[in-house]
Design a protein around this ligand. Structure first.
Ligand code: CA
Ligand code: CA
Ligand code: CA
Length: 133
């Protein structure tokens, strides 16, 4: 019995993740052409940054990431804080987003299509990053 519910839980979790990924995809795809252009992606990322930057000083500090899992915020810092000052500047955030865009755009078409989106997202370290980069 325990085993079955664990499997169900995992299935439910995976399904809700896929759903969330799909939902985010359509949010980012502003012109609804079924693919995400670099501009659409960077616009969405800039929006995320502004949402996270509670005091609007143009950088994200530990405090502003404290709602995240500690491991996740450390990963995010490690990935984005290139000058290692413990703060993520918008520039750094965008830089990381550009890198992520080219990773996701597997066939280098300049767009992320739904297949690339789904496979790329599932490789990411945490469900939380679905909502950040
Ligand atoms: Ca589009
Ligand atoms: Ca800030
Ligand atoms: Ca920094």
């Amino acid at each position: 019995m325990k085993k079955i519910s664990a499997v169900l839980m995992i299935m439910f979790f995976a399904a809700s993740l896929a759903y969330a990924a799909d939902d985010i995809f359509s949010n980012i795809d502003k012109n609804i052409d079924g693919k995400i252009s670099k501009k659409e992606y960077l616009d969405a990322v800039a929006g995320t940054f502004d949402k996270l930057d509670k005091n609007h000083d143009g950088s994200l500090t530990h405090d502003e990431l404290s709602h995240m899992d500690k491991k996740d915020s450390e990963m995010l810092l490690k990935e984005t804080d290139t000058d290692n000052d413990g703060k993520i500047l918008k520039k750094e955030f965008k830089q990381a987003a550009k890198k992520r865009f080219s990773t996701l755009d597997k066939n280098k078409s300049g767009y992320i299509d739904k297949t690339e989106w789904a496979s790329g997202r599932s490789e990411l370290y945490s469900p939380f990053t679905l909502f950040t980069l």
